[in-house]
Design a protein around this ligand. Structure first.
Ligand code: ATP
Ligand code: MG
Length: 484
């Protein structure tokens, strides 16, 4: 395919010479003889190269250049030509983004060299923008929040709706649920995705340093401030600022943050002039901020400013169906990171993962699986390889066990109606009739363990010895009840 070149000059003689020169070099030439048609050709023909005269009827070359640079995706290498080789023109042309500047009469050898460079430059910039486009896609593609459950699907929908807007988002969820990941996902799918994503954690930075961390400081603002320092707000300019653990922010700073969020304007520490900044704010918290507002630990006005859109990530135990998918995702990730074969879960191991309550959520799941992969040579990981903490099992299972047994009992009691014993309503009687059955086996077990030593038993139970004695009497527990 022939390269295109635009020659814009009202001087017929020069236009003819250049037309001939470029045709001989194999270009397809477009000639424009005034400002308006030159601009039209630049806009419509998307030529790699344009030679534009400064003095033309209609619109001069420098103004055309200045305007064209504002068009989206304008990549043409523009060479400005002039009969008057003044410093002012030369500087102005380059300042406005000309590729080069030549004076008439044009030295064709020089033009030959410039042309070769300009065409190469055009293609390079095209490639760069293609690469950038690809990088953008890759970024959005690499930030993956794994999940297929209904609750996660709802999160995706919100993210998709809110990402392209600049609305402030509050991400809520227990520790390790993926709050930062969701914030990154919003950024990666936003119009700011090529801008920076800057995170700042209120819980990790000591209170007295936080103001300077957020807003920066002027030289001499405090001891050690030998230079002006930019804060996270400024660093996030053109991108997204992620305010992590926002609930831990000191009260004094909340007022300053409110101003910054409201006005997109703030003062550096020790600064007299306000600094303006273009940032999108995403905040995250694992606390109940509404409660913090009620308890006056968090400013109500700031809460409403941050809480324009809320994304609540449910704990992992409420979306257990995503666990196998997450496990697969992490196994693939570790395999890539460590250059090893990917792993799988045995059926029993998968069952254990599904029943464990995951107090540390996805972060805990990731850690447990990583340890399993590191410590075991097996391709198929067994429950022993996974080694879940047993403590949580017991804690949950005792309650589960009792509830499981209580439920049918209750159903039966309720369906048979209020008791006819005559004293009080059915409700009170239910409590009185159930409680001994909870206490009796417990006390019996402890007495059995202590071989009916009532002092030891009362210590183990953490109740008074007289109370224990009374209970033994009331519950009619005798020594022979606790014999093996
Ligand atoms: N749905 C998910 N898919 C893939 N990876 C996830 C998912 N959720 C969390 N992770 C991973 O789990 C880890 C913890 O996630 P993240 O740091 O976003 O959680 P967090 O809610 O910010 O936790 P914390 O409150 O402890 O700061 C990260 O490595 C993250 O990549
Ligand atoms: Mg986090």
């Amino acid at each position: 395919m022939k390269e295109k070149v635009l020659i814009a000059d009202d001087d017929a003689g020069i236009a003819w010479v250049l037309d001939k020169f470029f045709r001989e070099k194999g270009f397809e030439v477009i000639v424009a003889r005034d400002g308006a048609s030159a601009e039209k050709a630049l806009r419509e023909a998307s030529v790699p190269l344009a030679l534009v005269d400064i003095n033309m009827p209609g619109k001069d070359g420098l103004t055309i250049l200045k305007d064209a640079k504002k068009w989206e995706g304008f990549k043409t290498a523009v060479i400005i030509m002039t009969a008057e080789g003044t410093m002012k023109n030369a500087i102005e042309a380059m300042k406005r983004g000309a590729f080069d500047y030549v004076t008439k009469p044009i030295d064709l050898d020089e033009l030959d060299v410039i042309t070769a460079r300009a065409v190469e430059d055009f293609h390079l910039r095209n490639e760069v923008s293609v690469l950038k486009e690809r990088l953008k896609e890759k970024l959005a593609g690499e930030t993956v929040f794994v999940g297929r459950t209904k609750v996660v699907e709802r999160i995706f929908k919100t993210v998709g709706k809110v990402a392209p807007k600049d609305a402030t988002v509050l991400v809520q969820g227990e520790s390790g649920t993926g709050k930062e990941l969701v914030a990154r996902l919003i950024h990666a799918n936003s119009l700011r995705c090529e801008g920076p994503f800057i995170a700042v954690n209120s819980a990790a930075v000591p209170g007295e340093l936080m103001e300077s961390e957020l807003f920066g400081h002027e030289k001499g603002a405090f001891t050690g401030a030998t230079e002006t320092g930019r804060g996270k707000f400024e660093l996030a300019g053109g991108g997204t600022l992620f305010l992590d653990e926002i609930g831990d922010m000191a009260a004094g700073l909340q007022a300053k943050l409110l101003r910054a969020v409201q006005e997109r304007e703030f003062y550096r520490v020790g600064g007299k002039e306000p600094v303006r900044v273009d940032v999108r704010i995403i905040a995250a918290t694992n606390q109940d901020l509404e409660k913090a507002v009620e308890e006056k630990r968090f400013r109500e006005d700031l809460y409403y400013r941050l809480n324009v859109v809320t994304v609540t990530i449910p704990p992992l135990r409420e979306r257990k169906d995503d666990i196998p998918l997450l496990a697969e995702h992490f196994f693939d990730k570790f395999a890539r990171e460590m250059g090893i074969e990917t792993r799988r879960l045995s059926k029993d191991a998968a069952t254990e993962l599904m029943t464990y309550p995951w107090p540390g959520n996805v972060r805990e799941l990731e850690n447990v699986l990583r340890r399993g992969v590191l410590l075991s040579p097996n391709t198929v990981l067994t429950p022993a390889d996974i080694a879940l903490p047993q403590r949580h099992y017991r804690k949950e299972s005792i309650e589960d066990m009792i509830s499981a047994r209580l439920e049918p009992f209750l159903e039966k009691a309720l369906s048979s109606g209020p008791s006819s014993s005559g004293r009080g309503g059915g409700r009170q009687e239910l409590y009185d009739s159930v409680m001994p059955f909870m206490e009796r086996p417990l006390i019996k077990l402890v007495l059995k363990k202590t071989r009916f030593n009532q002092i030891k038993a009362s210590e183990l139970l953490g109740i008074n010895r007289n109370t224990l004695r009374k209970k033994i009497r009331d519950l009619k527990i005798s020594k022979k009840d606790v014999k093996d």
